[in-house]
Design a protein. Structure first.
Length: 405
């Protein structure tokens, strides 16, 4: 494949959409310049996502020959059956009924942040506010701190640590080189997590009652018949913090950008906030926060008519599948009346569907509802341009300056 038609060699999400539109029609499974297979169509994407025994998590060239110790691997790079047992612990904390218990906390947080923004606007009514920094950024960092059971006063550090880890991992993946040990990126972050784990171990050793946060759950869990080491627990916490921050931040930012760009949409949701959950789903589909996923093939597997050989890497076109013309009428358009709004693969599919999907949806819905109930105007400044998140597999605004009233 030449560079001009390579969906991995793009400057923007819009450019990737142009290329993948052609690929879905002409070559739904194709070789990229790096040698990885790009899967563009919904049928192939969903098949690859569901076949968790044939395709294991991979970022860059991390695969069977990588030298990262097992206990330092993030859950996405751990194959079955261990992967499934680790996920069960995470699923227990992030199950919909548990997430619903977070709703009052999330709503109170969003209202407080919006009130802070409106106070700033009242002091400088003609100055735009960066709603990523003031809103889309602190919402998920504060919520994930709550899920971990750590002081929410540390949420700003979670955001910074997430950015540091993503920058290191993104650099490796762009260069098509083996991903270094992800848990070695931030000594400060690792020391913080080690301290949180050690505090709970000492609490349990002293006869204390275990709490219900995810750290306590990992300490008590048996994975493949044995307890997890503190290092292994830390590795899974790293993944939770990264995934819980980055994806939801982009989701909230994408919806705010679309509302500010489309006055009719903004007014429609203000008139009928019951449409907000549908708007969140449509944003996940058409403005997919995680554009691609990488996997390594561990056995020869047929995907959408093409055999992927053992050892080859695949890139799963999540955003491309969410705009497949075979599935959606007018796939690039944003519709509040689109049937089966949740029929997308923004959170993946099959056994390895994102365990944090319910939490991300809750944060997205509450964040947008809180904006609509407190703000009467949401507009882009005349000189506005979309400032894209630099992480190449993600889509969302890095900054978003809006005029708010």
């Amino acid at each position: 494949m030449d560079a001009l038609h390579d969906p991995m060699n793009v400057a923007s999400a819009a450019q990737r959409h142009e290329i993948t539109t052609v690929l879905r029609r002409e070559c739904p499974v194709s070789k990229t310049a790096t040698g990885a297979w790009f899967i563009a169509g919904r049928e192939g994407v969903e098949a690859a996502l569901r076949d968790v025994w044939a395709f294991t998590g991979s970022f860059g060239r991390q695969g069977p020959d990588d030298d990262v110790p097992e206990e330092r691997k993030l859950i996405g790079s751990i194959p079955e059956p261990r992967h499934g047992e680790l996920r069960r612990v995470m699923n227990a904390v992030l199950a919909p009924h548990k997430v619903a218990e977070c709703e009052p906390f999330v709503r109170s947080l969003c209202r407080r942040l919006i009130d802070d923004i409106l106070t700033e606007v009242a002091a400088r009514p003609h100055d735009p506010v960066d709603v990523v920094a003031a809103y889309a950024y602190p919402v998920p960092t504060t919520v994930i701190a709550q899920v971990l059971g750590v002081p929410t006063s540390d949420n700003d550090r979670f955001g910074r640590w997430t950015d540091e880890l993503l920058a290191a991992m993104d650099s490796d993946a762009r260069a098509d080189r083996p991903v270094h040990d992800p848990t070695a990126s931030s000594a400060e972050f690792m020391a913080y997590l080690d301290d949180q784990i050690d505090r709970r171990i000492r609490h349990l050793d002293a006869g204390g009652k275990p709490g219900d946060d995810i750290i306590f759950r990992y300490l008590r869990a048996e994975i493949c018949g044995e307890r997890l080491s503190p290092v292994a627990i830390r590795s899974q916490l790293v993944m939770l913090v990264i995934a819980g921050n980055e994806t939801t931040r982009n989701l909230i930012g994408n919806v705010l950008y679309r509302l500010a760009s489309d006055h009719d949409l903004f007014e429609a949701l203000r008139r009928d906030p019951r449409l907000v959950p549908t708007a969140i789903e449509e944003s996940l589909r058409v403005d997919t926060p995680v554009q691609i996923l990488a996997r390594t093939c561990v056995k020869d597997t047929l995907v959408d008519g093409t055999t992927i050989p053992t050892g080859d890497r695949i890139v799963i076109g999540i955003a491309s599948a969410n705009r497949d013309e075979k599935i959606y009428d007018g796939p690039a358009a944003f519709h509040l009346d689109r049937p089966h709004a949740r029929d997308h693969v923004a959170f993946g599919a099959g056994p390895h569907v994102c365990p944090g999907a319910a939490l991300a949806r809750l944060e997205g819905v509450v964040a947008i509802e809180s904006v609509l109930e407190r703000c009467t105007t949401l507009e882009l400044p005349p000189d506005a341009q979309f400032d894209a998140n630099p992480v190449f597999w993600a889509h969302g605004p890095r900054t978003l300056r809006l005029l708010i009233g």
